[in-house]
Design a protein around this ligand. Sequence first.
Ligand code: FES
Length: 156
Amino acid sequence: MKKFSEENEKRVQNLQSRYPNKEASLLTVLHMANDEFGHLDDEAYSYISELTGVPKSRVYSVATFYSMYDQKPVGRYHLQLCKNISCMLAGADDILKHICGKLNISPGETTPDNKFTLTLVECLGSCGSAPAMIINKEYYENLDNAKIDNILSELN
Ligand code: FES
């Protein structure tokens, strides 16, 4: 059974003592689990359900609703490119082709060295500076192919 480190267990207890009920800690606990375990799976859902008192089916439905929680292992850098209308109108299709060509992967895939995973996601809330992408937890906006080249070359 998956379990948090002692430090994270204490963080959860501290967090839950500040909320009106344990269920309210669900999103934060999901973030912590995603960070500590690398991704969320059936074992993680059971553990989080136990920790938060939220039924496992609801833990799963919340975790799979948001693209910031990983449902399978991802590379060291998780590129999440927005595929919604504002970004597509601003050239996200070209950027997608460029990234796929550069990394030699398709959306949903990870490079063989586990360095990059590419995922297409719904609106990132950054439509005003489309096209947009998140890498790990950082936003990259007003993208074009030259910017992609710079960004990728800086990721070691
Ligand atoms: S449509 Fe891409 S950030 Fe909103």
